[in-house]
Ligand binder design. Sequence first.
Ligand code: MSP
Length: 666
Amino acid sequence: MSEQTPFYVTTPIYYVNDRPHVGHAYTTLAADTLARWHRLKGSPSYSLTGTDEHGQKIEQAASKAGVSPQEHADLYSAPFRDMVSAIGASPDDFIRTTEERHKRFVHQLWRAMREAGDIYLGKYEGWYSVSDEAYFTEDELVNGKAPTGSEVSWMVEESYFFRLSKYGEALLTHIDAHPDFIQPQSRANEIKRFVEGGLQDISISRSNFSWGIPVPDDDKHVIYVWVDALSNYISALGGTESARYEQFWRASCHLIGKDILRFHAVYWPCFLMSAGLPLPKTIFAHGWWTVEGEKMSKSKGNAIDPHAAVQAVGADAFRYFLLREISFGSDGDFSQSALLTRVNSDLANDYGNLLNRTLGMLGKYRASVTPAELQPQGSGALAGFEAQLLEAHSHARGELDQAMSELRFHDALRAIWSLVSAGNKYVDQCAPWTLAKAGEERAAELDRAIYNLCELLRVVGIWTLPFLPTKAVELLEALRVAAEEWTWDRTASWGQLALGVELAKPKALFPRLEGPLLLTRAAVEAAAKSEAGVAPEFTPEVTPQTSTQDDKLPKAAPAPVEFDDFLKLHIKVAQVLTAAPHPNADRLLVLTLDAGEPEPRTVCAGIAAAYAPADLVGARVALLSNLKPRKIRGVVSQGMLLAAGEGEGVRLMSVDPSVPVGSRVS
Ligand code: MSP
């Protein structure tokens, strides 16, 4: 892709029937990295993610939970938005299919396909399972039953159909004429074989549930969830009349998992052809992650939780691991040991050491100031080593560019790390400590060696901006490189780091890690329970409100305590200064309190379901102030608020505003 060409990257929109896991995080951060990469190269770029909120499954889950489908969607969409920011991604837009702007385009697409004569009313037939509320084909049945074991009966339902069969030839022609259209190549071959086998018309409406976008002019039907979902890629641009669509649509790149390739590479292009719209430029299907060699599943509870992973290793290290460990397009395994190895060897050792050695030597030998002047490049006894270093730089730059244009993130990172290794080798070759011992005689060589190393860090800092956005910025700021200079072009020629400038002291960007790491929700919750005695974090899963056997048993009266024991508890009146959601636990808020002490206190409270943070500011509360501090999901809580009730019904003990802050409750 040439410079200045606009670039539009999308992720799948995620179903709101699950919590975000590493699979969702993976595509989101690949898209984020690509968008940042294109920006680095000076191209206008736009990136999109969001949530897929219609369909029977959502309707069922909501009714089971006793909430409206919209409430359910609101509840489950939010964690995806949180996940996006937790992994350091900053998409330009987050679309939800329940938004009006989305519905408008879905209707436009439907009408255009209908006007093209491609939608007709027919009958949808199949083996229907009432308990699964789903149709199954003959092939899917297992011993005459649904794969879930439930009974099925032959059902016939009125449905609108789309003439997919009409577009097979045109699709094959497009695939052949556009080698970049479906990637990797093996996936293009797979789709070609499927299309060559003959396309059948598909049912694109449902009338057995109502949580969806109504069919225009026939609201007995709702539009099939994939027609609805795929449309997000254009509805988010503002529909086909918008300037953003004009600028970006033809440069679109859909990143998806391999399981949803057919919808993207067959259905979507055919819908677009029918509506007379241009096709996306690229559809790239990536592989799937297993965890410690096993498939991720809800029942095993082994899904890697992006929040937990970020908490354990940091967002940038998590990003590095996912993009470096496997090639985008292949399946791969997420294991603790692989993660620890990558972080400790590539980040803490190779990269961290280079950084510390370089800034350490600059500090030790040159009071942290880059040389005021330099001997000409290529002069002196160390010129041969310098030539090797410069060669490593230009080679890595070419490799990196090529790899990114082919979405080979792991090769791109490998290329950057080849320069890091060249830097470490250069330190050993030049042995600056020996040069320093030689004093004035070799001072110019020492200057040049240290400058080259700082310059190398500048280049690595710029190149890693798309991959490690937080740490790269920290590094560039430490090197005093101005933000306007964070561009690909500024890494073409060697020697652009300013002379005579004081750089920051070294700071470990990536500390070494030790296992075991808490990477799943189950692991985090178990640790939180044992560490702090807190209840597990709020899980937006339907927990029936029926009483258990235990609830029905008469409760034993609490054992009496001595008055002296009561006096051990220091309960104080405090005032809420600030309140915010806990970064790692949906159930908790983090409050700072004025308890009449020199410093405000931080307290975590399990009241997020009942109170909006803003409503708490200024409130007087009762604080158990001498509870031992506890770390709760990464935040140290210095005390506990007194409250009664549970979940949404929890209420803080209130205190009359006339009672001064700091007063003891007795
Ligand atoms: N809502 C649809 C997509 C509509 S796009 C117009 C959907 N949602 S999903 O939430 O079920 O899945 C979203 C993505 O997560 C898919 O790309 C899927 O491949 C990906 N992953 C789910 N499990 C995964 C792994 N174990 N590993 C990698 N990605 C995985 O499908």
